[in-house]
Design a protein around this ligand. Structure first.
Ligand code: 0A1
Ligand code: ZN
Length: 854
C-alpha cells in the first residue's frame, strides 16, 4: 500500500490564534476584463495601517493567480510571493495598492472564485474564493466598499450594489455597504430576466430581477413571489428593510451548494430557484421558497452583521436557518415544518454529532473551512437559537434581536457578541448556555417518573458521549417542554418549559388526582436524544391523544422504530396495535393531510440502523430493508379495503397550485399510491402517470412503479419527455439508483456514470447518482462492497476537478463504525485508497482522515 501521509501536512487553523488584520481597507476598486481563459483583474485598494497592530505584516491572500504587475502609490513594487499569497513592504501611512492579475475562469472546475457555467461567468467567494480572483486580505473581518467595472461582450454584466453606469461592452457597479470579500459577486452572460419590484415599508422602490438562461424565463414566477414574501416578512417580523435600489438573483447550473447571499446579487444553484408545476415537485417548491428566504434574510444576518472569522460561521448560518424556518412555519404549517426539520436533523446532524466528524456548532479548528458548512453549523446552530428563544421568551428574544441589529450593524461579530446581547437584554447569565456552542455531541437525556399522593415527579439525567477531542462534557442547559395528559386523553397540565441545568434533576407537579401520561420534549424543544422506558400502549395513547402535534408524530415514529427493531432482531411480525393505530389515523379526515402523510412515512433505514446500533445490535442493512418491505406490504394489506377510497379522497382536482394544503394532500396521496401499488402491481400508478399534468404526481407515480420493478416503459417515457431539462434529468438519474434493489444499486449507479448525460463536472448530476447511491442504505452497504468501491472510485475521480463537492460526499462513510467487521474492513480499504491518492485535495484529505481516525 502507498504511504497515506501527504507530502506536507496540511496547516491547521485555530480559533485561539485570531489576530485582526493590521490595515483598514478604505475602498476597493476592481476592473474585470473578461476572457474565458485569460481574464484580467485590476485592483486598486486603499489601505491604512492600524496603530499598534497585533500583526503589522502586509499579507494578501492569493491562489492560482498570475501576477502581472503591482504598484504602491503609483510606483512599481515586487512583492514576495509566498504560500497562499504575497507579502510586501508598505509605507507607514495610508497608501494605494494596485495589482493586475490574470486568471482562467474556463479551467476552473472547482467552482470557487470566478468560473464559467454554460457559457456564463459567475463567482463563488464564500468562504475563501475571493483569493482566486485577486490578491486581497480574504477574511470576513476586513470590510470595505466595492466599486466594480466589468468589461465583456456579454449582454448582462452584474455585480453587487447599485448600477452606476453602463455602455457597449461595459458596466459599473457600486456597493455602498462595507462588506467582506466573501460577499463579492460578478455575473456576465447572455441572460434574460424576470423583473418585478417591491416597495419597502419606508416607501423605497426596489427593482427585483431573477436572471436565467434563455428558455428558463417561465420558471421564475414562483421564486419571485417567494422573494417578495420574504422581504415583507422580514419587515413585519424582524423590522428589517432592504437597503439597496436593486436586488438581483441569478440561476447557475454548476454550483457546489444551494445558493449564496452575495450582497444585492444572490447566486443560486438553478435547482434552488427555477420552478414550474410541470418540472418541480411540491418538495422542490417548498425548498425553493425556503432557500430564497434564507439568502434574502442573510442581508441582515450575515451581510450587515457578518462573522469575525470562519469559526463563527454559525453566527450567521444558525440564525438565518432559524429565521427561514420561522418564515416557512408562517407561510405553511408550523407543526409540519417542525416535524420535517426534526426528521432532517436526525437524518443529517445526529449521525454527524455521534460519529467521527462530530464538531461543535462553533468549531475551534479546521484545515479546510469548506468542510464546516455542516448540518451541525447550520441546523444545530438553528436549534441552539430555538432553545435560546424558548428560554428567554418571545418578547425578550425580539428585544435582544433589536439590540443585536442596533449594536452590531456594520460589524464582524462573534458568538460572544451574540450572547452578550441576550444577557444585556434579559439580565440572564448565559455562561452555561454557551456550552452549546463549544461542545460537540448530542446529549442523551434519561427520564424516569414517580407518582405518589397527587405528586408526579419527573427526573432527568443528562450525559453526552465523548466526541473527537472532547472526552468529558459538563452538563448543559436543556429546555424541556412538558405537558401532562390524563389517562382519559385530556390535557391536565399545559406545556411548561423545564430548565434542566444539572447532570441529574427532578421536577414535581402537584395536585394530580391520577398518575398522568407525560408528553416530554414537546415541539422537540432541544436537540437531544430522549430515553425513557415506556410501553407501546403508552406510545399508542400519545399517538392518538397528544395535544402537541410534534409529540403525536413522535409517538408514531417511536412505534414504527420499535416494530422495525423487533422485526429485525426477533423476526417478529409487524405490531398489530401499531398497524391499527395507523389505520385509524390515516382515515381520520379531521387531521391535516400533510401530518397524516408524515405519520405514514416510515423512519429511514439508516435511522433504524442507528437505533439498532444504539441498542448494542450490529445493524444488518439487508435485514433492515427486508423488514421495511414486509412492514409496508402488511400495512398495504391491512388498509386494502380503504386504499381506493383514500386515494380518491386525496386526489387534488383542478389546476396544480404549489400551496401547502394541496401539497399536503398530494403527499398523502403519494403515500397511498405507493401502498396501493403493492397490491395492484401498478395499475393505478400507471393511470396516474398517464394523466399527470404536474411533476409531483408524475414523479410519485414513476417512483411507485419503479419501486415495484414495473416502470420500465414509464421511465423511458420520462426520459424521452425530459431529456433536455437538466433539473428533471437529475430526478431521473437519482430515481434509477434510489429505486434499485440492494444487490443492483451499485451496478445501476455504475452504468449511469457511463450514460451520455452523466457529467461529473456538474455537482447536481454527480450528487444525483452518487448521493442516491449513498442514500440507498441497503444498496450502498451491500455486503459485496460494490457500493463502497463505486463511490470511492468516483470520489477519487472528482477530487482533482472539484475538491469541495468530493469532500462533502465523503460524509457517506461517516457511519461506518456502526456496521459489522466485514463491512468496516471493506470501507477502510476504500477510505485508505482515497487517502493514498496522489495530489489529493486538502478538503478530501481532511474529511477522510477525520473519518478514519474518529
Ligand atoms: N452561505 C451560503 C452557503 C454557501 C456556502 C459556501 C459556498 O461555497 C463554498 C456556497 C454557498 C448559504 O448559507 O446559503
Ligand atoms: Zn446561509
Amino acid at each position: 500500500m502507498k504511504d497515506a501521509a501527504p507530502t506536507t501536512a496540511p496547516e491547521t487553523f485555530y480559533l485561539k490564534d485570531y489576530k485582526p488584520f493590521g490595515f483598514e481597507v478604505e475602498a476597493v476598486e476592481l476592473t474585470f476584463k473578461l476572457a474565458p481563459n485569460s481574464t484580467r483583474v485590476l485592483s486598486k485598494i486603499r489601505f491604512a495601517p492600524k496603530e499598534n497592530a497585533a500583526d503589522p505584516r502586509f499579507f494578501l491572500h492569493g491562489e492560482a493567480l498570475k501576477l502581472i504587475s503591482a504598484k504602491i502609490d503609483g510606483a512599481p513594487v515586487t512583492p514576495e510571493l509566498i504560500a497562499g499569497g504575497l507579502i510586501c513592504d508598505t509605507p507607514d501611512t495610508p497608501f494605494t495598492w494596485e495589482a493586475e492579475v490574470e486568471i482562467d475562469p474556463a479551467a476552473n472546475t472547482a467552482l470557487e472564485g470566478l468560473y464559467m457555467s454554460s457559457g456564463m461567468y459567475c463567482t463563488q467567494c464564500e468562504a475563501e474564493g475571493f483569493r482566486k480572483i485577486t490578491y486581497y486580505p480574504d477574511r470576513p473581518d476586513v470590510m470595505s466598499t466595492f466599486s466594480v467595472r466589468i468589461e465583456g461582450n456579454e449582454k448582462v454584466l452584474l455585480s453587487n450594489g447599485n448600477p452606476t453606469g453602463s455602455g457597449d461592452g461595459w458596466a459599473e457597479w457600486h456597493d455602498p455597504w462595507p462588506k467582506p470579500a466573501y460577499l463579492f459577486a460578478l455575473v456576465a452572460g447572455d441572460l434574460v430576466n424576470h423583473p418585478d419590484s417591491f416597495t419597502t415599508r419606508s416607501g423605497k422602490d426596489v427593482e427585483l430581477n431573477i436572471w436565467v438562461r434563455p428558455g428558463d424565463e417561465g420558471k421564475c414566477a414562483f421564486g419571485m413571489e417567494a422573494l417578495k414574501k420574504s422581504m415583507k416578512w422580514d419587515e413585519d417580523v424582524y423590522g428589517r428593510e432592504y437597503d439597496l435600489d436593486i436586488f438581483n438573483i441569478v440561476a447557475v447550473d454548476d454550483f457546489n451548494m444551494g445558493a449564496m447571499e452575495n450582497k444585492g446579487l444572490n447566486i443560486f444553484n438553478s435547482s434552488c430557484v427555477l420552478a414550474s408545476p410541470e418540472t418541480s415537485t411540491d418538495a422542490n417548491f417548498e425548498r425553493i421558497e425556503a432557500i430564497i428566504a434564507h439568502e434574502y434574510f442573510h442581508n441582515w444576518t450575515g451581510n450587515r452583521i457578518t462573522c469575525r472569522d470562519w469559526f463563527q460561521l454559525c453566527l450567521k448560518e444558525g440564525l438565518t436557518v432559524f429565521r427561514d424556518a420561522q418564515f416557512t412555519a408562517d407561510m405553511r404549517s408550523e407543526p409540519v415544518k417542525r416535524i420535517e426539520d426534526v426528521i432532517a436533523l436526525r437524518a443529517r446532524q445526529f449521525p454527524e454529532d455521534n460519529g467521527p466528524l462530530a464538531h461543535p456548532p462553533r468549531p475551534e479548528q479546521f484545515q479546510e473551512i469548506n468542510n464546516f458548512y455542516t448540518a451541525t453549523v447550520y441546523e444545530k446552530g438553528a436549534e441552539v437559537i430555538g432553545m435560546l428563544k424558548r428560554l428567554v421568551g418571545d418578547e425578550n428574544y425580539a428585544a435582544a434581536l433589536d439590540l443585536y441589529f442596533d449594536r452590531h450593524d456594520g460589524q464582524a461579530c462573534t458568538i460572544e457578541d451574540w450572547l452578550k446581547v441576550f444577557e444585556d437584554a434579559t439580565g440572564r447569565d448565559l455562561s452555561q448556555f454557551k456550552l452549546w456552542y463549544s461542545q460537540a455531541g448530542t446529549p442523551q437525556v434519561q427520564v424516569s417518573e414517580d407518582y405518589a399522593d397527587g405528586h408526579y415527579t419527573l427526573t432527568f439525567e443528562q450525559s453526552t458521549p465523548p466526541t473527537p477531542g472532547q472526552p468529558d462534557k459538563a452538563p448543559r442547559v436543556i429546555p424541556i417542554a412538558v405537558g401532562l395528559l390524563s389517562p382519559n386523553g385530556g390535557e391536565v397540565r399545559a406545556t411548561e418549559v423545564l430548565e434542566l441545568t444539572e447532570a441529574k434533576q427532578s421536577f414535581t407537579f402537584d395536585g394530580l388526582a391520577t398518575k398522568p401520561v407525560p408528553s416530554i420534549l414537546r415541539e422537540f424543544s432541544a436537540p437531544v436524544i430522549l430515553e425513557r422506558e415506556t410501553t407501546n400502549a403508552e406510545r399508542a395513547f400519545l399517538l392518538a391523544h397528544d395535544t402537541d402535534p410534534f409529540n403525536r408524530w413522535e409517538a408514531g415514529n417511536a412505534l414504527a422504530t420499535e416494530t422495525r427493531v423487533s422485526m429485525v432482531t426477533e423476526g417478529a411480525a409487524p405490531d398489530g396495535a401499531y398497524l391499527d393505530a395507523l389505520e385509524k389515523l390515516v382515515r381520520d379526515d379531521t387531521l391535516d393531510p400533510a401530518f397524516r402523510a408524515l405519520v405514514l412515512s416510515p423512519p429511514s433505514q439508516s435511522e433504524i440502523a442507528q437505533s439498532l446500533h444504539n441498542r448494542g445490535v450490529t445493524p444488518d442493512p439487508q435485514k433492515i430493508y427486508d423488514a421495511a418491505e414486509t412492514f409496508a406490504q402488511t400495512l398495504a394489506q391491512q388498509l386494502e379495503t380503504s386504499l381506493p377510497r383514500l386515494y380518491a379522497a386525496t386526489t387534488v382536482d383542478g389546476p396544480y397550485q404549489p400551496d401547502a394544503h394541496g401539497a399536503g394532500l398530494r403527499a398523502l396521496n403519494g403515500r397511498i399510491l405507493s401502498l396501493l401499488t403493492r397490491l395492484d402491481g401498478g395499475e393505478q400508478a400507471a393511470r396516474q402517470y398517464q394523466a399527470a399534468d404536474n411533476m409531483t404526481q408524475q414523479y410519485a407515480a414513476l417512483a411507485s412503479l419503479m419501486k415495484a420493478e414495473n416502470g420500465e416503459s414509464q421511465s423511458q417515457a420520462f426520459f424521452d419527455q425530459w431529456q433536455s431539462d437538466r433539473l428533471v434529468m437529475d430526478k431521473w438519474f437519482a430515481l434509477q439508483v434510489a429505486c434499485a434493489a440492494p444487490d443492483a444499486a451499485a451496478g445501476v449507479a455504475s452504468d449511469l456514470t457511463g450514460h451520455a448525460l452523466f457529467d461529473m463536472k456538474n455537482p447536481n448530476r454527480f450528487r444525483a447518482v452518487m448521493g442516491a447511491l449513498a442514500g440507498n442504505h441497503a444498496g450502498f452497504h451491500h455486503v459485496s462492497g460494490a457500493g463502497y468501491q463505486l463511490l470511492a472510485k468516483n470520489l477519487i475521480a472528482l477530487d482533482s476537478l472539484n475538491p469541495q463537492t468530493t469532500a462533502r460526499m465523503c460524509a457517506a462513510f461517516q457511519t461506518w463504525k456502526r456496521y459489522d467487521s466485514a463491512r468496516q474492513a471493506l470501507i477502510r480499504v476504500e477510505l485508505e485508497r482515497i487517502l493514498a491518492t496522489e495530489g489529493l485535495s486538502r478538503d478530501t484529505h481532511e474529511m477522510v482522515s477525520r473519518i478514519l481516525q474518529g
